[in-house]
Structures are given as structure tokens and as C-alpha cells.
Design a protein around this ligand. Structure first.
Ligand code: NAD
Length: 505
């Protein structure tokens, strides 16, 4: 297969394939979608909308590979991940360019994303330690009990568009290191990054056929995964609406499932916050990746008399942000993922104005390539809790500014959201931080950190409508999700004196 970078329009548009049983295969799809560069509207490739039949092929391959893969030593499996890590390090720049080209975020941001992807592999390399079970001698006289962890079986992950490199790797390295075989369904909006990753893995011959499989497609592939009895566990990351669908349908079919959904993240600014650093943190959080991060700051809540100075600082800072193609030097805000997304976000800004918010920075016409999916940084002030822009996920570079008088009111506002993904507080006051982190109903908290996404060695996930399931993504939770516990109670009569009973009298 050829490399996956932008192509000139005189070359026939490449149609992507699926990777099943160690080989690239044509999808049986009758429909395809164009994959476009959102900065230029150039068509990069065609992605097949694969069918249940294609999913079945991947399931067959993954099931066939499972017995040998789970029997391989955990150290041998982990060692292969060291090779994966080196491969990704060697191709970090190339992968980052593909991310920028198909998704839009700036090149430095894309490189950082691939850095986080590599970190996931590093965390999974520790599996010989993290997968250990527990044991206890003498649970009765000369009887020992032991819990071991075994892989779940065939695991699938369904992922969103906004982190084409990293989010699939919240799952893949942990799943295979623990002895599962794996099927990935990338976002049909950004399938090129993982196609390239799988090409590289295939060229290097790291995994035996069937251990990792990739099926391109949309909702039909998702539903086929949810209904397929050969799949034991499903991980999902995407919008809250689809998370609920995936969670309920997978659970109804008896699968283990974790579903990470949408977000509406609050940044609370206390009167004693270090203003210039706080402005930098909020600008990076709200406008980085054009606001298309599930940890993006979306509502800024000022407490007390900091409102005016903070608003002025944010307005001033946005003037220095250049909107444009993320591949160009000096660009801070790239396009949204598609023109549909651009129109939706512009609609949200219109809606905020209709609802009575004051538009202090208007990014609806940012002056970048009109064919691209650009919306510039936008700030709505005087937003109140009942407005939809205060409550719903916008997923674009838009800040809604709100004001309250006390920390208690700020906490009440955060807790009134149906989401609970991430939040940050900006202050030097330890007592305020203590109260905030204790009282907010949110899964990931930042203290003077704009994007408080946990590193790979810690679990990642929100609460409430931002997450359905029990164990979160990556960190030690990944080991919980990808293993089943088995408990063995044993004695040997030939070893000498044993108790008469298993239950001690
Ligand atoms: P999405 O829900 O539209 O798509 C996610 C996946 O679901 C894709 O693979 C897509 O093919 C599939 N899908 C879409 N509609 C479907 C349907 N009707 N039935 C079955 N499958 C369907 O999400 P997106 O637009 O790709 O990503 C953005 C969303 O993801 C935002 O809401 C963002 O907050 C969320 N997100 C959450 C996290 C988190 O950790 N909580 C991380 C990243 C993104």
C-alpha cells in the first residue's frame, strides 16, 4: 500500500481497505464517503462503509488468533510493544502530518497527540507488572487462594474523529498486551491515520495475523460490532447520544462495555488567579484543536471581581491567534473537521446571540480559505445558565463567559450540568481547591491546568452523561477492563497436615 498523505487531484482517488487476518482486503461496501482535508476541501481518499459481513470476517480472524495469542507469554507480548513504540517514534512526524491533513489540528498539536499515543504504548509495556493477580496463603488450614487475570477474548473499539492517533491507542496496546485480540473501527471522517499505523505495523510484521484488525465504516459497522456474538468487549468514545446507544445495545447483547461520551467543561477562575497564566491556559484549552477536544474549556465561570480583567485578557489574547491551515507555521487555530461542523458551530454562535449573550469576539468569518471549514476564536459574554450555549456541547472554538459571586455558586453551576467530563479551577488558594475538587461531580480535574487530560498511567474518563460503564480508559482501569478474574482455591494432601474442612470451624 502507498503512503497516505495529501494527493494531487490528477491521481485517481485511493479507496481504503480493511485489515483482516494480517492482510489488506477490499471491503464489501456498496457505499463510500470522501475523506477531505478540512483546510482545503481537497479529497484525500474514499473510505468504504463496510458491512456486517466485513465485521464477521474480522471477528473470525480475531477469534482464530486468540488461543495462540493468549498463550504467548505476557513478557513476549509486552516486548512486541517496545517494537511498536519505536515504530511510532520513528514515524511521529509522518503520522502527525496525516492527523493535521485529515483532521485539521495544527502540526505541533498533532505531534503532541502522537506523543500521547506513544505514551499509551509505554504504559502498556508494564503489563507484566500491572496484570498480576493476588493470592493469600492459608485461607483455611493449608489451603491457598489465588486470583489470576485472563484476557476477555475479542475486543473492539469504536472511536471519534478528534484524536485519530491517540484515542484508538487508549485501547489497542492494553487490549493486546493483556492477551486479547482486537478490532478497531476508526472514525469514517479520519480513517487515514490508523490506516497508516496498521500499514507500518504490517510492514514491520510485529503482530501475528488476526491479533489486530481494522474495519472502516460508519453506523452499520458499529451496530454489527454491537450485535456480533463473537465480540466479548466494546470500548466506545464519541458523542453522548451514540455512547448511550452503544452502551445499551452492547450490554443487552451481554458484552462488557465502556462508553465515553460528550462534554461541557467549566473553567472556574477565582479572584486570586494568576491572570496572565490563567488566560494562556484557558485560550489553549478553548481554542486548541479549534475547540474539538472532549477536555476543551467551554464555559468560563468567573468568581467575584475577576470578570472584567479576565474577559479583557481573553479578548486581547485571541487577537494574537492566527486561523489557517494547521500545516503552516504560526497558525494557532486550524479548521473544524468538516464544513458541516463549521456550519453547526456558526449556528451555535447565532443561537447564543439570539439567546441574549454579548458577542465580544466573533469568529464566524475568520478570513481564512473560504473553501475550508474555518471558524475563528469566539467569545460570548453575559451567558446565563438557562441558555443552550451554556448547557450543550458546541465542540468548536467558542467560550461562553459566565459570572457568579461565590465558589459555592460556581460549584452549583458545574454540578447542574448533565455532563461531568473535565473541569479546571484557577487559583493559588489551597482551601478553595480542596473544596472544589471534593465537591464537583466531574471525573477529571485540573488545578491551574487548562487541559487536565490524565497521562497514560492514570485512568481517563468523566462522570454522568460523559461516561457509561464501570472501568475507565487506560491506566490501571485498562487492565481491569481487558481481563477477567479467575479465583483458584487449592490444597495438596501429599503436602502434609491439611485441615479437615475447607470452611474453618
Ligand atoms: P460521534 O458520536 O459522531 O462518532 C463516534 C463514533 O461513533 C464514530 O466511529 C462513528 O462512526 C460512530 N457513530 C456515529 N453515529 C453513529 C450512530 N448513529 N450509530 C452508531 N455509530 C455511530 O462522535 P464524533 O463527532 O466522531 O466525536 C466527537 C464527540 O466525541 C464529542 O461529543 C466529544 O466530546 C466526544 N469525545 C469524548 C471523549 C471522552 O473521552 N469522553 C473523547 C473524545 C471525543
Amino acid at each position: 500500500m502507498s503512503a497516505t498523505l495529501p494527493r494531487s487531484s490528477d491521481v485517481e482517488t485511493r479507496t481504503l481497505q480493511n485489515f483482516v487476518a494480517g492482510a489488506w482486503v477490499e471491503s464489501s461496501a456498496s457505499e463510500h464517503l470522501d475523506v477531505t482535508n478540512p483546510a482545503t476541501a481537497e479529497v484525500l481518499a474514499r473510505v468504504p462503509l463496510s458491512s456486517a459481513e466485513d465485521v464477521q470476517r474480522a471477528v473470525d480472524a480475531a477469534r482464530a488468533a486468540f488461543p495462540a495469542w493468549r498463550s504467548k507469554s505476557v513478557i513476549a507480548r509486552s516486548r512486541l510493544l517496545y517494537d511498536v513504540r519505536q515504530l511510532l517514534v520513528d514515524h511521529q512526524d509522518e503520522l502527525a502530518r496525516i492527523v493535521t491533513t485529515e483532521m485539521g489540528k495544527t502540526l505541533p498539536d498533532a505531534k503532541a497527540e502522537v506523543g500521547r499515543m506513544i505514551e499509551m504504548v509505554e504504559a502498556a509495556c508494564h503489563t507484566p507488572t500491572t496484570m498480576q493477580g493476588r493470592n493469600l496463603e492459608n485461607v483455611a488450614t493449608a489451603i491457598d487462594a489465588e486470583t489470576v487475570r485472563q484476557p476477555v477474548g475479542v475486543c473492539a473499539a469504536i472511536v471519534p474523529f478528534n484524536f485519530p492517533a491517540m484515542v484508538p491507542f487508549w485501547f489497542l496496546p492494553f487490549a493486546v498486551a493483556t492477551g486479547n485480540t482486537f478490532i478497531l473501527k476508526p472514525s469514517e471522517q479520519v480513517p487515514l491515520t490508523q490506516t497508516r499505523v496498521f500499514e507500518l505495523l504490517e510492514e514491520r510484521g510485529i503482530f501475528p495475523p488476526g491479533v489486530i484488525n481494522l474495519v472502516n465504516g460508519g453506523a452499520d459497522v458499529v451496530n454489527a460490532i454491537l450485535d456480533n456474538p463473537g465480540i466479548d468487549a466494546v470500548s466506545f468514545v464519541g458523542s453522548a447520544r451514540v455512547a448511550k446507544h452503544v452502551y445499551s445495545r452492547a450490554a443487552a447483547n451481554g458484552k462488557r462495555v465502556q462508553a465515553l461520551g460528550g462534554a461541557k467543561n467549566h473553567m472556574v477562575v477565582m479572584p486570586d488567579a494568576v491572570l496572565d497564566k490563567t488566560v494562556d491556559g484557558i485560550v489553549g484549552s478553548a481554542f486548541g484543536a479549534a475547540g474539538q477536544r472532549c477536555m476543551a474549556g467551554s464555559v468560563v465561570v468567573t468568581v467575584g471581581d475577576v470578570h472584567g480583567p479576565l474577559r479583557d485578557g481573553l479578548v486581547e489574547a485571541t487577537k494574537g491567534l492566527r486561523v489557517g491551515n494547521g500545516l503552516e507555521d504560526g497558525v494557532s487555530v486550524g479548521p473544524l473537521v468538516s464544513c458541516d461542523a463549521r456550519d453547526r458551530v456558526r449556528g451555535w454562535i447565532d443561537k447564543g446571540v439570539e439567546e441574549g449573550a454579548t458577542l465580544v469576539v466573533d469568529g464566524r468569518e475568520p478570513g481564512a480559505n473560504p473553501d475550508g471549514a474555518f471558524v475563528g476564536p469566539t467569545i460570548l459574554d453575559d451567558v446565563t445558565p438557562e441558555m443552550e450555549v451554556a448547557r450543550e456541547e458546541i465542540f468548536g472554538p467558542v467560550i461562553s463567559l459566565m459570572h457568579v459571586d461565590t465558589l459555592d455558586e460556581a460549584i452549583g453551576l458545574v454540578n447542574s450540568s448533565r455532563y461531568g467530563n473535565g473541569t479546571s479551577i484557577f487559583t493559588e488558594n489551597g482551601a478553595a481547591v480542596r473544596k472544589y475538587r471534593h465537591d464537583v461531580e466531574v471525573g477529571m480535574i485540573g488545578v491551574n491546568i487548562g487541559v487536565a487530560a490524565p497521562v497514560a498511567f492514570f485512568p481517563f474518563s468523566g462522570w454522568k452523561d460523559s461516561f457509561l460503564g464501570d472501568t475507565h480508559a487506560h491506566g490501571t482501569d485498562a487492565i481491569e477492563f481487558y481481563t477477567r478474574k479467575k479465583t483458584i482455591t487449592s490444597r495438596y494432601y501429599s503436602a502434609g497436615e491439611t485441615g479437615k474442612f475447607f470452611v474453618e470451624q
